[in-house]
Ligand binder design. Structure first.
Ligand code: IPD
Ligand code: CA
Ligand code: CA
Length: 285
């Protein structure tokens, strides 16, 4: 059983309280009429309610701490050196589509460093916690990153840039290289949980660009405290604030950085058109 600091207890309690509302709203979603606007407005409201609960709970317990929250932005408290970095609902698109892979993510940053982390997936009832120097845990079970050392055995997670995000072709080129050399690549839709799964040794690594601090601050500490390495996709720099994150176990981290850095052999747009296999529709031209 993990010995939790007072701050970590505050974070766990706040996450549990906000999760009750998210679970209720997630259950409600099933009964909502699926109109084009209706569900997304409902989910935005659920998101905001969760953030309000987290803000209230964290503020009540630590009145002076500052905030960086996805919905309400930055707020400097009387103690600017300590701040909560909060995503009240990571995996919004999953939530909207009735997919239970979503989480509340809370990181505590002290003097510019992430020192405590909570990632809580309410439907799965998976509570991930970590403290700097104190290890990472899943529901009180100590976590270690996976021990696999060969790319060919490794399973990676990533985030695919979507409408409104840049870097689609760069992503496709990187994906082409990674998928050709590894056991597979998954896109589960909640960066905090992707990182938590690296900490738990389920995934061997993860990379994504264009993240915000609230998507990754807590997850990065989880991976580090489970014995993994975290950097930017280029292999250097501060992943929390650059939004470029690459995490893996110590053996696979340099291999993934190298694989991603390779120049594209053939850009997907220039690739020769594939021929239809028997029984398949011919490729669109
Ligand atoms: C998103 C998720 C997703 C990642 C996006 C994030 P949200 O956060 O973490 O996995 O690919 O970049 O914006 O919007 O669901 O809180
Ligand atoms: Ca997020
Ligand atoms: Ca969010």
């Amino acid at each position: 059983m993990a010995l939790r600091s007072a701050n970590l207890n505050v974070m766990v309690n706040a996450a549990q309280k906000a999760a009750r509302g998210l679970l209720r709203d997630f259950g409600e979603l099933e009964h909502l009429q699926v109109s084009r606007k209706g569900p997304s407005d409902f989910v935005s409201a659920a998101d905001l309610r969760a953030e309000q609960i987290l803000r209230q709970e964290l503020k009540r317990a630590r009145p002076g701490f500052s905030f960086l929250m996805e919905e309400s932005g930055a707020e400097t408290g009387s103690d600017p050196s300590r701040r909560w970095i909060v995503d009240p609902l990571d995996g919004t698109t999953n939530f909207l589509h009735g997919i239970p892979n979503f989480a509340i993510s809370i990181g505590l940053e002290e003097a510019g460093e992430i020192t405590a982390a909570v990632v809580y997936a309410p439907v799965l009832n998976e509570m991930y916690t970590a403290e700097k120097g104190g290890g990472a845990f899943l529901n009180d079970r100590r976590l270690r990153v996976a021990a696999r050392t060969e790319l060919s055995d490794a399973l990676f997670a990533t985030g695919i840039p979507f409408q409104g995000r840049p870097g689609h072709l760069t992503f496709l080129n990187r994906l082409a290289r990674v998928m050709a050399r590894t056991s597979g690549v998954r896109r589960f839709g909640a960066a905090s949980l992707d990182l938590a799964a690296v900490a738990a040794g389920r995934f061997d690594g993860f990379w994504e660009e264009g993240l915000q601090p609230w998507d990754c601050a807590a997850g990065i500490l989880l991976v580090k405290e489970a014995g993994g390495y975290v950097s930017t996709v280029e292999g250097a720099g501060n992943p929390v604030h650059s939004g470029s994150v690459l995490a893996a176990n110590p053996a696979l981290h340099p291999q993934l950085v190298q694989l991603i850095a390779l120049e594209p052999a053939v850009a997907p747009a220039e690739a020769a058109p594939a021929e239809a296999a028997p029984g398949e529709a011919p490729p669109a031209s």
